[in-house]
Design a protein around this ligand. Structure first.
Ligand SMILES: [Zn+2]
Length: 322
């Protein structure tokens, strides 16, 4: 799957082959032709992230200066453990994502932010691997899905979920919801993107190992949710959250002095891009399935992404009766 993805990456070399560009030089560093290997390994921003990951020992292989195009990807992924392979895929995906941001005129995402993102992703995979039945055996993993929020077992829209409101035509709606339990210090994130017909575009959940607060869990979720949504749609996006404090912080012109200042800045940067993105506060019932996802991420230490309607524990279509 990844091979198919990388062979068709819109690098300058591939674009020139299709006569979409005059020359194939990397538009970021201008030092080399941008084939897949340059974009994912040799361009300075890619090189720094590889180095940062190498320093954590999470990724043992190092990029080779002889690598061309994308053949090396299968080659190295065959040589490493399952966990490292997932980490590698995440690393390459992240590098491509950062590259797209830069080529679209956005500020480069700091290496430390990407590094943290990949490590937390790998840590949760490892935890799942080591404790596959954790939610059955280990008491601390068993957490109810919130007293006010029963886990929907049906795939069809339920009465509760119909309170989600479709975005107007030509818009996408992203619901985000963070989850945080001070007692064990763990947090979770949930994000759901739907179109104006209520169809699921993607659902995602994640685990946060030590968020400082519920607000931090919400902010991280918001940032990751918007970042993902930007990759999955070209339409303007309305973002809904039940966290009023976050909406106020994002809309405030004052420079935030809190520990969350960097997160607020990152979300604001995402909003300043070319895409129209509106954030608003809604009642909790309007993002019910997101809440389920955030709890799932936290309770099961699960980082997962379901494109289209592959997530089978939230409704595939919402708001069809409106
Ligand atoms: Zn470059």
């Amino acid at each position: 799957m990844w091979r198919a993805v990388t062979n068709s990456l819109a690098t300058m070399v591939n674009k020139k082959k299709r006569n979409l560009e005059q020359n194939s030089l990397c538009t970021i560093c201008g030092t080399e032709e941008e084939d897949v290997a340059h974009a994912l390994c040799r361009c300075p921003h890619a090189k720094y992230l590889w180095e940062a990951m190498g320093n954590t020992n999470a990724i043992s292989c190092k990029p080779d200066s002889n690598w061309k195009d994308s053949d090396w990807i299968l080659d190295i992924s065959g040589r490493v453990s399952k966990e490292e392979r997932m980490g590698l895929m995440m690393l390459l995906w992240r590098i491509w994502y950062v590259r797209n941001g830069i080529t679209h005129g956005k500020a480069a995402i700091p290496v430390e932010v990407s590094q943290r993102f990949i490590i937390s992703y790998m840590a949760s995979l490892l935890e799942i691997r080591q404790h596959p039945n954790a939610n059955l055996i280990k008491g601390k993993h068993v957490v109810q899905y919130g007293s006010s929020m029963p886990l929907p077992r049906q795939c069809k829209p339920s009465a509760e979920s119909s309170s989600w409101i479709r975005p107007q035509e030509g818009w996408m709606k992203l619901n985000v919801d963070g989850s945080y339990y001070p007692s064990d210090g763990k947090g979770g994130t949930g994000a759901v993107l739907r179109d104006s017909s209520g169809n699921l575009i993607f659902a995602a959940c994640g685990v946060l190992h030590r968020p400082a607060s519920a607000l931090e869990a919400e902010m991280v979720d918001c940032r990751e949710g918007i970042s993902m949504a930007l990759q999955w749609t070209l339409l303007p996006i309305i973002v809904e959250t039940d966290c009023l404090e976050m909406v106020q912080l994002i809309h405030s012109d004052e420079k935030a002095m809190s520990d969350l200042a960097f997160l607020i800045r990152e979300v604001k940067l995402l909003l300043k891009g070319n895409r129209e993105i509106v954030i608003k506060k809604v009642s909790r019932g309007q993002s019910r399935d997101c809440h389920v996802l955030a709890n799932k991420g936290r309770c099961e230490s699960l980082t997962a992404f379901w494109p289209d309607d592959n997530c089978n524990f939230i409704p595939h279509v919402l708001g069809a009766d409106e």
